[in-house]
Write a protein that binds this ligand. Structure first.
Ligand SMILES: *Cc1c(COP(=O)(O)O)cnc(C)c1O
Length: 462
């Protein structure tokens, strides 16, 4: 105890620390308050280490080092670039679609300037923000009118609330979806103020199930694209065409939540077909909802496309004001949609589609190059190989469909794959790989430059 007291007494004061060479230099670039706070925190940390008996003595250099580290941490932005070597192209946890160069430029323009957000630029009169994207979206979806909100969950919420509050919404038990934990269709229906009327079973729903559920209080028939899973085996679902016929006969609109909804037929690019928004519109959906940052490849947004009368009512709902998209989103969305006017060049210009169609030979070349760099950097103890693997699209798109890819598999003689995963994640910028079959993998499909997956220094394991 006497020993500890003696060490504690020998510690410098906050004031002395701040006046020392190391922190004085920091004070010339950072705020004085920040430096004092860091010095105090460093001293507190050292004191508790001494009291815990974990250190016998500390030098002033150690304390200064700790304080400088605190300053660095305080100044580190929370928003950081993450290298996506996970093999999931649209990864919700790291922000889904990358914007195209065109969309990125549009965001920068709108961020630094005032724009004609709610003003008709030719007359100076009050306009409506959604009209920045309405002509393009009408053209690309074939819908009479559109509205844009914060995301697709919001699109479903406001559509149901506007068109079915206090009334019943019919939906198949096979389509009561959950997307990424927090979006559960039954809960959204409830929050919209509607009553859920489930029909059919998990694997089979027939037209007669819908018909017999219709009553005087039925507001809508709802169809959800089961975008992140597949029901296989003894199954039967009622297609949109049939539902539209049933709806028309009973004068009940059919709403479709497409989720990942694509604006082009992906089979144009050699990929399996996902539902196309314009096809749902022409097949008879009264309203279609879909995300901006899934297959569309744009910013986070929810797009509502449908019959004029319905869209008008949705726009008048006070919730629209609460859920509207901001100028940065609308700018990025417009620039993204404009790329769709040239479908042939889309894979070169839209990162999401570029990653989806990237030839495996090209991915392999990037993997070979990165593996070479990694071998040099990591040195002894590591084993680095190239392996044929599979990437997925993610973002609730094309479930069960894998894209052949080339991945770097890294193992270590003493450490497990989870340790390697953590070491890559601790890099600056963090590199997100994945662990599969007891190996750590770096999938190069959505990585633009091989050097992006190379750690800035080898992990300090001995
Ligand atoms: C992804 C998805 C949603 C939620 O969309 P967000 O844009 O993430 O809010 C809703 N429905 C379906 C079918 C989806 O695939």
């Amino acid at each position: 105890m006497e020993d500890k007291k003696k060490i504690l007494r020998g510690l410098p004061s906050v004031d002395e620390l701040v006046r020392g060479e190391a922190l004085k230099e920091a004070s010339s670039t950072h705020s004085a308050a920040l430096v004092v706070e860091a010095a105090r925190a460093a001293l507190d940390e050292v004191r508790s280490r001494i009291l815990a008996g974990s250190v016998k003595g500390v030098s002033i250099n150690d304390i200064e080092g700790l304080a400088l580290k605190r300053i660095g941490e305080a100044l580190m932005p929370s928003v950081r670039k993450v290298v996506n070597a996970s093999g999931t192209i649209l990864h919700t946890n790291i922000g889904r679609a990358l914007l195209s160069d065109e969309a990125t430029r549009a965001v920068v323009l709108s961020a630094a300037n005032n724009i004609n957000l709610e003003m008709d630029a030719s007359t100076g009169e009050r306009g409506e923000r959604d009209s920045l994207v309405a002509p393009l979206l009408r053209r690309l979806t074939g819908a009479e009118d559109i509205a844009v909100v914060n995301n697709n969950a919001a699109a479903v919420l406001i559509t149901l609330n506007t068109l079915a509050e206090g009334r019943e919404v019919i939906i198949s038990r096979g389509e009561l979806i959950e997307i990424g934990g927090s979006f559960r269709l039954p809960e959204i229906i409830k929050k919209s103020g509607c009553a859920l009327k489930e029909v059919g079973t998990t694997n089979r729903t027939h037209p007669k199930d819908y018909v017999s559920a219709i009553n005087a209080n039925t507001a809508l028939i709802f169809k959800a694209h089961t975008s992140n899973y597949k029901v296989v085996g003894f199954t039967s679902e009622v297609g949109l065409r049939e539902l539209a016929d049933i709806g028309e006969k009973h004068n009940i609109p059919v709403i479709e939540d497409l989720g990942s909804g694509s604006l082009v037929d992906l089979s144009l690019y050699g990929l399996p077909k996902e539902p196309v928004v314009s096809e749902s519109v022409s097949t008879g959906a009264a309203v279609v909802t879909f995300s901006g940052d899934k297959l569309l490849g744009g910013p986070q947004a929810g797009i509502i496309a449908g019959k004029k009368g319905f869209i008008e009512r949705i726009k008048k709902n006070p919730l629209k004001r609460a859920l509207r998209a901001d100028k940065l989103t609308l700018s990025a969305l417009e620039a993204t949609l404009r790329l769709y006017l040239n479908k042939e060049r889309l894979p070169q210009r839209l990162p999401t589609l570029y990653f989806m169609t990237r030839p495996v030979e090209e991915i392999n070349k990037a993997a070979e190059c990165a593996a070479g760099l990694l071998k040099k950097k990591l040195g002894e103890g590591f084993d680095i190989k190239i392996e044929n693997e599979e990437s997925v699209i993610g973002g609730g798109s094309l479930p069960g469909y894998d894209l052949p890819t080339s991945a770097i598999a890294i193992t270590h003689k003493d450490r497990g794959p989870d340790d390697i995963y953590s070491a890559f994640l601790a890099n600056d910028p963090p590199i997100l790989g994945r662990v599969s079959r007891d190996r750590f993998l770096l999938d190069m499909r959505a990585v633009l430059k091989p050097e992006d997956v190379v750690l800035s220094s080898a992990p300090d394991w001995k």
